[in-house]
Design a protein around this ligand. Structure first.
Ligand code: PLP
Length: 363
């Protein structure tokens, strides 16, 4: 390689090292060390096809993918896992809605205003219709408006938010089910747990959202709370809906149950490694750490008189600060609010530095 190109790679590396220190706004943890896995980058590994079936492509890591999936299935009370490691929340959501359509056919998809933009896109890809329901002030679905909009429908697919992108709001799945049953509407519920799927199971008294409720599928992110240099996620479904959508492919000698054909075989190793090295106890500790840090940030913002401060678990949202602060701290902002999502990689000194920047703006 030419020297100038080598220097460019070095400069990129230095830039990323620096940016990591002010990475506050997005829900992606940066505290991880996967160096014991680097040697697996030597191989053209590929988990093509269903993770529970062997295929003729043998450079794969399906055994590890299966174990990672079992961990998540247990965490969400699913029993035997059906699903796979995806490349992120969007794919998991598309998978859930796709299964919903396989079961109920071309029925409308119902979700709140505060729902992640991937849902609208996925509904469009599946050529379904959207019914957008109003949100409450805290970002949760408005149950009154929900009932009004589903009352006269025969069947609907619902996307329930388990942590909305901006405000970290959680839709009450059990309440949605009560309303659907009362109105005799057939339903398929997909839980978009991209954001909070890895934190709520470790919070005492949190609303039920997993397979103990009548959800049929669930998507969670791997690169957010768990942390990964490569975006990934997990999609899970109940056996009956999973079976409704699969087909056998001779070329790979396996069933085609995944949206992507060739699939990343490295991220299953990352998830597996994380589970084996920190496990449930470690995740629980990290969730507590993040929620406590968010409570600290919320308290300090309120004390300094910053407008419109509110919090849901590790998401703290508030009136949007200056362009400079948004840029410096990589805050995600939408309309008049911005948020910080506290994660294991954040520290009190870093939060204090952020608060000092905001304090200057109030003068
Ligand atoms: C991040 C997120 C997604 C999308 O995940 P990607 O990995 O970016 O595709 C979907 N829904 C919610 C609520 C999210 O927070």
């Amino acid at each position: 390689m030419r020297n100038i190109d080598k220097k460019r790679l070095d400069a990129l590396y230095m830039r990323l090292c620096k940016l990591k220190k002010t990475f506050l706004g997005y829900p992606c943890d940066a505290k991880f060390d996967y160096s014991p896995l680097y040697r697996f980058l030597e191989f053209p590994i590929n988990n093509v096809g269903d993770p529970f079936e062997h295929s003729t492509y043998r450079l794969q890591t399906k055994e590890f993918e299966q174990e990672a999936l079992s961990f998540f299935a247990k965490l969400y009370h699913l029993g035997k896992p059906h699903g796979y490691v995806t490349n992120g929340g969007t794919e998991g959501n598309l998978y859930g809605l796709f299964l919903g359509r396989s079961i109920l056919g071309n029925v409308p998809v119902v979700f709140s205003q505060d729902t992640h933009y991937s849902i609208r896109k996925n509904v469009h890809i599946l050529n379904l219709k959207s019914i957008v329901v109003k949100s409450l002030e805290n970002g949760e679905i408005n149950y009154g408006d929900f009932e009004k909009k589903i009352r006269r429908k025969k069947a609907v697919i619902i996307c329930a938010n388990i942590g909305t992108t901006m405000k970290g709001a959680i839709d009450n799945v059990e309440q949605l089910v009560r309303i659907l049953k009362k109105n005799n509407v057939k339903f398929y519920i997909h839980a978009d747990a991209a954001l909070y799927g890895m934190t709520m199971p470790f919070v005492r008294g949190a609303k039920l959202f997993d397979f103990r409720t009548p959800i049929s599928s669930l998507a969670v992110s791997g690169h957010k709370f768990i942390g990964s240099p490569i975006p990934c996620g997990v999609a899970l479904a109940r056996k009956d809906v999973f079976d409704a959508a699969k087909s056998y492919i001779e070329y790979i000698d396996a069933h085609d149950t995944t949206l992507s054909g060739s699939r990343d075989a490295f991220t299953p190793l990352i998830l597996w490694y994380r589970i084996k090295t920190i496990g449930r106890k470690g995740f629980a500790r990290q969730v507590k750490y993040s929620n406590d840090l968010a409570a600290y940030l919320e308290k300090k913002l309120k004390m300094m008189g910053w407008p419109n401060v509110a919090r849901s678990y590790n998401t703290v949202y508030f009136k949007r600060p200056s362009k400079h602060s948004i840029y410096k701290w990589e805050l995600a902002a939408q309309k008049d609010i911005a948020h910080v999502i506290c994660l294991p990689h954040d520290s009190k000194p870093q939060i204090d530095e952020f608060l000092a920047d905001l304090r200057k703006e109030l003068k």
